[in-house]
Design a protein around this ligand. Sequence first.
Ligand SMILES: Nc1nc2c(c(=O)[nH]1)N[C@H]1C(S)=C(S)[C@@H](COP(=O)(O)OP(=O)(O)OC[C@H]3O[C@@H](n4cnc5c(=O)[nH]c(N)nc54)[C@H](O)[C@@H]3O)O[C@H]1N2
Ligand SMILES: Nc1nc2c(c(=O)[nH]1)N[C@H]1C(S)=C(S)[C@@H](COP(=O)(O)OP(=O)(O)OC[C@H]3O[C@@H](n4cnc5c(=O)[nH]c(N)nc54)[C@H](O)[C@@H]3O)O[C@H]1N2
Ligand code: SF4
Ligand SMILES: [Mo]
Length: 768
Amino acid sequence: MTTVEDRTSGDTGTPLDAATRTAYRTCPLCEAGCGLEITLDTSVAEPAVRRIRGDRDDVFSKGFICPKGSTLQQLHEDPDRLRVPLIKRDGEWHEATWDEAFAEVERRLLPILDEHGRDAAAVYLGNPNAHTLAGQLYGRPLIRALGTTNVYSASTVDQRPKELSSALMFGAGLIVAVPDLDRTDHLFMLGANPYASNGSLATAPDWPGRIEALKARGGRLVVVDPRRSRTAEEADEWVPVRPGADPYLLAAMVHTLFEEDLVDLGAVAPYVNGVEEVRSAVAPFTPEAVADHAGVDAAAIRRLARELAAAPSAAVYGRIGTTTAEFGTITSWLVDVLNVCTANLDRPGGAMFAKAAVGAANTRGAPRRGREVRIGRRHSRVRGLPESFGEFPVVALAEEMDTPGEGQVRAFVCLAGNPVLSTPNGGRLDAALSGLDFMVAVDIYLNETTRHADVIFPAPSALQNGHYDIALLQLGLRNVANWSEPVLDLDPGQLDEWQVLARLALIAQGEGSSADVGLVDDLMVDGLVRHAVADEHGNVHGRDPAELLAALEPRRGPPRLVDLMLRTGPYGDGFGADPKGLSLDALIATPHGVDLGALEPRLPDGLRTASGMIELAPAPIVADVARLLAALGRPASQGFLLVGRRDLRSNNSWMHNVEVLVKGRPRCTAHLHPDDADRLGLTDGATARVTSRTGSVAVPVEVTDAIRPGVVSIPHGWGHDQPGARLGVAARYAGVNSNLLADELLFDALSGNAVLNGIPVEIVPEPR
Ligand SMILES: Nc1nc2c(c(=O)[nH]1)N[C@H]1C(S)=C(S)[C@@H](COP(=O)(O)OP(=O)(O)OC[C@H]3O[C@@H](n4cnc5c(=O)[nH]c(N)nc54)[C@H](O)[C@@H]3O)O[C@H]1N2
Ligand SMILES: Nc1nc2c(c(=O)[nH]1)N[C@H]1C(S)=C(S)[C@@H](COP(=O)(O)OP(=O)(O)OC[C@H]3O[C@@H](n4cnc5c(=O)[nH]c(N)nc54)[C@H](O)[C@@H]3O)O[C@H]1N2
Ligand code: SF4
Ligand SMILES: [Mo]
């Protein structure tokens, strides 16, 4: 019998007797980027996937995959996956040709922009944009073509605070210090559960294996989490912090370092500004002052700080539990303050910077030269929330749609996103979407969000796409480069996703719905070539752009752009300058990837701040510390605080239509501590009604002592019982939308990031 476990470890037990072909592809589902070995049956007219398992020869993942990796097959074959464009007329969906669908966008979108101005259109970029070449490369040109300032993305329900603190401290949003997991002696982790998530903002396959190796070599793992997560189970110490209180814990740890004279900047000392400002900023946060608030006693806080300082090497790492919080930016900053102040920044075993082969800000231009990072250059119309990195916080999206007046959003372009399930007060957004004049989506499903669209363009399945992790490899725990060729052809007449984005851009620019996508593509490559030859520190400085463009022939689209970026990147062949260097051809010849080595110290040259220094005390963050201090005086909430969690078999909102992943015990449940359950009269399997300011859900309870009393945990991405969605499997395992409870009024003031953890809720038993 083939069990699910067998299957997901990659072995279907089916003998591969037929004529087969083997393809290799990086899994695009999460940030781990595992190598997949995909066997195709070629004895049939349409090559069909027979088996997907971990690629044992992948230079980074070495055969590891999680249960999701092999489901690229199920996703590809899912009968609910959209394959042709859809147009909605009088509430009914009609299959359309590509030309008809683009014509419909032109016919309906342009008059809205003409009448109400460019800002009348809003764009939302969902998470998969970071996992597709189309999204990574052609999303921005579409935004530029739309000319709207109403740009939103999943980044403000995710990592924006870390991008902001990193930009202010090191010079760019993706110059993020990652824990050197494979060499560290001490990993201090907050708000992350890589046993479920496989790691985030720290790219490496097989976090579980790497954590086990850490333990095997005598290293120490401390996990700070209100839940005793799977990762906390593996830890030497679990610190059950109160939701949202990480900044108090960290500030008191920094305070302790100063108080006990343990601050040691190590090798980066000559490049650090602002140490004294940090000392005074954390002065009020004594361990005694924060202990109650943080839910961690003062002696433990001091000990945690001393252990961090004493470890031969250590890395502090914070993830979604720390960024989707009221003081997300301060917390993200304090994580790196601790790394710097314990001599752990930029050294093996500490927190280091990748040297990516493609696209990184810290491999371009002059060493130590960068521009001032500016935030809040604009403010949102209704609530005046600040822009960052060219985007408004997504907590402002619904109100921009449902608040009448000059500048109201009337049209919506949703690219690979499901904000009804993934952003706060999903109920309000759901209603706001139904009031729009026009919406267009690019997606693979007709789901809770895209059901509101007037036109949906289908994106190809991952097996039909080429792939390179431009963004994620900038956060690599090792330097690697890996290109994936498309495994299967596009369907006859089907457009690639980049072509869809390019055609939408051309429509928005007024070029017409049948203009040639080559226009957008050529403009992109021209721009990149011009930048490359102008970079005095690059490997093609001063070369003739025409020569480079000729050498990139005959490729078009993402392969051409990736080839250019590889060749002009830090390991590139420089179009002949270094014949052994990287190019797309070189990567195609090495389908298991190229290992470029362990992380190496990159400072000070890798800094891109305006000062050329590490800014340990960025002014906007230090100013915000007053808010943190003020909140310390706030009476602790008496009710419950809602936090989320992830499950290994789930991926945000969109993989619940894969039967092998969702079957079995229900995963959308509320975790409650036994003491709380007793007090409320709730037992395992009973239904609780959980209510916040914004909404209410009825959800089955799982009683577990793996959670701090006073905290309830419900995973996000569920609630698939919406009429009009076309998700046959997911509807049978619907669950509830936890973001009906998340409140759009709760956000990190500095970054605008949503608070998704630590939401005040009430719980009562639901009568049967
Ligand atoms: N309460 C709570 N809410 C959260 C979080 C949390 O921890 N708690 N986490 C937040 C985080 S970290 C994130 S990243 C966001 C995610 O927020 P979103 O990006 O809005 O949501 P996803 O569920 O990732 O939805 C992705 C969409 O892209 C579609 N899709 C999948 N592959 C492709 C493709 O190749 N091309 C195209 N065009 N579409 C594709 C899917 O069908 C789906 O509609 O959710 C956030 N929301
Ligand atoms: N299987 C799976 N993998 C995924 C995803 C998925 O949905 N499923 N999503 C992907 C995406 S988009 C992302 S961004 C990453 C996220 O990757 P992770 O950050 O590792 O995400 P989680 O597994 O949700 O772990 C967050 C932890 O924070 C804890 N937490 C909640 N509130 C607090 C708090 O106030 N303080 C502290 N210290 N901890 C808190 C939660 O209990 C939880 O254990 O995962 C990626 N990988
Ligand atoms: S860990 Fe992530 S990248 Fe690796 S197989 Fe699973 S979903 Fe894919
Ligand atoms: Mo995310």
